[in-house]
Design a protein around this ligand. Structure first.
Ligand code: TRP
Ligand code: SF4
Length: 400
């Protein structure tokens, strides 16, 4: 609604691997230069599936935070925090739960999917059903309008949009709303006020979406309105009340193309990962013992790169020259597999070196990591409190 604000969260899974780096963290480090960014450890979300075994979550949080920092997420650019340290998320979750139809939660596609996938756990719990609503609260409490997530999470963002819309519809009307909106229009000044009214009429009478966008743009560039008046006028455009919560958009993160050591996608559950803090010997050993094209039984047997799990790694790490060398050497048996793997080993080690160097600084000084997350949590709390003031007021909970 105002300036773009990006928010994303990650469950604390402990140490991260190259799949996380290529899939998520590189994206975050880019976004932090382009937008106001908030990134948080979703430790309560971990509890929705690990409620029976919560004691590992804290350590997993610290390890993951070290890896974020090591990968270049910069606490002077982005706000890094821990969900449970901003308890306002829980208050918003509770208040939203009052107006959330059960059917909406039951229809979120991940609900039944995950229950089936994690069938060794009893996930017929209140918390697990409410997971997408907690995620909505995470987003809406910052009025974040852009949420980088993978494809699997898109239904959750759509759900958050519906919740915001329903909330604004139910509670967005304030006493004397119409009069206040008209007074705010006056403050726009003659020409702008007239234009705003015209655009609003075109949208409301003819459904002209372009007019809606133009009116929103007009408000966005208006400097002399208070935040409250601006919100009123955004709301007045669409005929409803005041927009208290902002509808977020998913920023689709391309699925990680990072291949694992066996040719499948890199994932802890496939046991095919290279951790960001894995030492050089272990990285070297893992790549040297990777399976190759099964047709190359002996050094003299020719192979086919497309049938070899090493090839996708060349596609990530090698330039055209090395790729041509691999292709020619493989099909003619001109190079051996260990020789072929060496440029990948070198490239992975080169990529990990600066990450590990930064990680060392933070692991040697865990207090700094704690301070970064404590500062970030405080900053996040200030933003969350602003929204909660409006939410409480809208719901008549302001006992002031
Ligand atoms: N549900 C997300 C996941 O499992 C994590 C998450 C929780 C999240 N709250 C969020 C992501 C808010 C984006 C915004 O990956
Ligand atoms: Fe795989 Fe390279 Fe061996 Fe060919 S030469 S089978 S691409 S490791």
């Amino acid at each position: 609604m105002y300036a773009d604000r990006v928010l994303s969260g990650m469950r604390p899974t402990g140490s991260l691997h190259l799949g996380h780096y290529h899939g998520v963290l590189k994206n975050w480090t880019r976004l932090q230069h382009e937008y106001e960014c908030l990134f948080f450890v979703a430790d309560w979300h971990a509890l929705t599936t690990h409620y029976d075994d919560p004691l590992g979550i804290e350590n997993a949080t610290w390890q993951m935070a070290v890896d974020w920092l090591a990968a270049g997420v910069d606490p002077s650019k982005a706000t890094l925090f821990i969900q449970s340290q901003v308890i306002e998320h829980a208050e918003l979750h509770l208040l939203l739960s009052m107006m959330t139809p059960l059917g909406w939660l039951e229809r979120v596609p991940t609900y039944k999917d995950q229950q089936e996938k994690l069938s060794d756990k009893d996930l017929s719990t209140y918390g697990f059903l409410g997971y997408p609503l907690l995620q909505s609260a995470d987003i809406l409490i910052y009025r974040a309008n852009r949420v980088p997530v993978g494809e699997d999470q898109v239904p959750h963002i759509e759900f958050a949009r519906e919740i915001a819309r329903r909330f604004n519809h139910l509670y967005g009307k304030e006493p004397g709303y119409e009069d206040k909106a008209l007074a705010a229009i006056k403050k726009l000044g003659g020409k702008k006020a007239k234009l705003y009214q015209e655009l609003r009429t075109r949208y409301q009478q003819a459904g002209d979406e372009g007019a809606l966008e133009a009116a929103k743009a007009l408000l966005a560039e208006t400097q002399n309105l208070s935040l409250g008046d601006k919100e009123r006028l955004y709301g007045y455009l669409e005929g409803g009340g005041k927009m208290i919560l902002t509808e977020p958009d998913a920023m689709l993160t391309e699925a990680s193309k990072m291949p694992g050591l066996d040719g499948q996608k890199m994932s802890k559950s496939y046991n095919n990962t290279i951790a960001l803090r894995e030492d050089a010997d272990s990285v070297t050993r893992k790549i040297r013992t990777m399976p190759t094209d099964p047709a190359r039984v002996r050094r003299g047997d020719p192979g086919t790169p497309e049938r070899c799990p090493v090839w996708p790694l060349h596609e990530v790490y090698s330039g055209d020259d090395v790729q041509s060398w691999v292709r020619a050497g493989c099909v003619s048996a001109g190079i051996g597999c260990l020789e072929c793997k060496q440029p990948v080993i070198d490239a992975v080690l080169a990529e990990l070196a600066p990450i590990q160097e930064r990680a060392r600084i933070y692991t040697e000084d865990p207090q700094t990591v704690r301070n970064i997350l404590a500062d970030g949590s405080e900053r996040a709390r200030d933003l969350a409190r602003e929204t909660m003031r409006d939410v409480r007021e809208a719901m008549g909970l302001n006992y002031g």
